[in-house]
Design a protein around this ligand. Structure first.
Ligand code: CA
Length: 481
């Protein structure tokens, strides 16, 4: 079989429909003609919950730089991650395709429960090289690219430099850093001075990449390891928040608060670098997260539950997009957005077409950013045929307008919520509205069929007494140093 890299090489950019001026939308042509093509900085924070920013309503965390980004851009109130755990959302960001279609449906290496009621499917524990990543699509359009931070999409043969990125700093198979303080024990980042803090270091690496590529269009993917466990923060920051813990505030972990502040400082540094180099006006900045907040670290209230579940706390995310000269400063949007949408959105902004012959699940949110139209779709979907230590059982979900349906595969029951009236998912309307629930269940099943989604099966080893026993799956092989 031809490898994807060879295929890209043999087809060339033109055959993929990328980068050719004739295929550029109007703005892309204008930008290309003036030599002022847009740059992209994409902050993907790990495990950041919906209420983890001051501009989202937190009364505990302080995020002045991210709040400023929101004041200069658009803040989305109905943005989602494509999965309630790490790796599948990352795969969706990279490809514009649903985790269900990719069969990358759990965090790598996942969670195994040998005696559970259902046996989980044989899912894919890496992002296949045959997929076309956003970095590959933009490379064909003349972009330099870097992945600076957590990758978590397979073993060494699937790392960012194998998936189209020119630069990989700190990306490996790892889903969390062994430590946030240097020496990091991550093979793709050289240790800094003893005690250097990883979030600060990634900010410096990002600024260096921007400086080096100031004269050409670039895509900077900045997937922070923060604010994932292990919770480790700079001492002086943690002490500051410890003094501010209040009994009436559900967010009260000072170390976690300090980790958020360090992320905020990184956003501030990167924005200051863009300003200093005169690049801010032609750089689009995205800020979002890969799954909901972990309930042992933070509170997602008023949302229900957190990371690992299909309730809103597991999947609803902060999303800010700053696009100078186009997005109205300080605006908000209630449009429903999910992780698959960034791929087509960024390609449209870059004046490039999506790869020819490749079905994308995302839609461009450019009309929402311009406030000229709405994304062209009627629902967004989730497929999580897995158990999660946080308590989740295999299931799926969809959101269509104000309605949300969650299907639980162990017993096939569904829950129906109206998110406009009941953001906290407290009142299951399925018993009272069986026709609506049945319609949405059919819609979800039809989508799974279109995706070729993998389903769990009855487990012949099912033992109710031992069903809760579980362990992490086998880790991808990789060198360490
Ligand atoms: Ca995560």
């Amino acid at each position: 079989m031809m490898t994807r890299r060879k295929m890209l090489k043999s087809l060339g950019a033109g055959a993929l429909g990328l980068g050719a001026a004739a295929l550029c939308p109007r703005e892309g042509r204008a930008a290309a003609a003036s030599g002022q093509r847009l740059n992209f900085v994409f902050f993907l924070i790990d495990d950041m919950g919906w209420m983890d920013l001051a501009c989202q309503g937190s009364r505990f965390y302080e995020t002045p730089s991210i709040d400023r980004l929101a004041a200069q851009g658009m803040r989305f109130t109905n943005a989602y991650a494509a999965c309630p755990v790490c790796s599948p959302t990352r795969a969706a960001v990279m490809t514009g395709r649903y985790p269900a279609r990719l069969h990358v449906t759990d965090w790598i290496a996942g969670h195994v429960r040998p005696y559970a009621k259902l046996r989980i499917p044989d899912w894919t524990k890496f992002l296949p090289l045959e997929e076309i990543t956003i970095a590959e699509a933009l490379k064909a359009a003349g972009y330099a690219s870097a992945s600076i931070g957590k990758w978590h999409l397979g073993g060494e043969e699937y790392w960012p430099e194998k998936q189209g990125f020119d630069v990989n700093v700190a990306g490996t198979h790892m889903g969390s850093p062994p430590t946030y303080f240097s020496p990091y024990k991550i093979p793709t980042i050289e240790p800094g001075p003893d005690g250097e803090y990883l979030t600060d270091r990634l900010a410096d690496e990002a600024c260096a990449f921007i400086e080096k590529n100031r004269d050409r269009p670039f895509f900077l993917y900045l997937p922070h390891y923060a604010v994932h466990t292990p919770l480790m923060a700079k001492k002086e920051l943690a002490e500051k928040y410890q003094a501010r813990v209040r009994p009436d505030c559900p967010q009260k972990n000072a170390t976690y608060a300090a980790m958020i502040q360090s992320v905020d400082e990184c956003v501030g540094k990167v924005c200051a670098k863009l300003d200093a180099l005169g690049l801010a006006d032609r750089t689009v900045v995205f800020f979002t997260s890969d799954n909901g907040g972990l309930v042992s670290s933070t509170s997602n209230a008023p949302l229900r539950a957190g990371k690992g579940t299909l309730y809103e706390g597991g999947i609803r995310e902060p999303l800010i997009v700053r696009w100078p000269g186009v997005v109205r400063p300080g605006s908000t949007s209630g449009e429903i957005v999910t992780s698959t949408d960034y791929f087509p959105t960024i390609l449209e902004m870059a004046g490039a077409q999506p790869p020819a012959g490749r079905e994308l699940d995302g839609v461009s949110i450019v009309p929402a950013l311009r406030q000229t139209g709405r994304p062209a779709r009627d629902a967004v979907y989730w497929h999580y045929p897995h158990y999660h230590p946080g308590g989740a059982t295999p299931g799926g979900a969809l959101r269509a307008g104000d309605w949300k349906l969650i299907e639980f595969f162990e017993d096939n029951h569904v829950e129906l919520y109206n998110l406009k009236d009941d953001l906290g998912e407290t009142k299951d309307l399925a018993p009272a509205m069986p026709d609506r629930a049945a319609d949405l269940r059919r819609k979800l099943a039809a989508w799974r069929e279109r995706m070729g989604a993998q389903m769990p099966a009855p487990n012949p080893d099912y033992d109710p007494a031992k069903a809760g026993q579980g362990a992490q799956g086998p880790r991808p092989k990789a060198k360490t140093k």
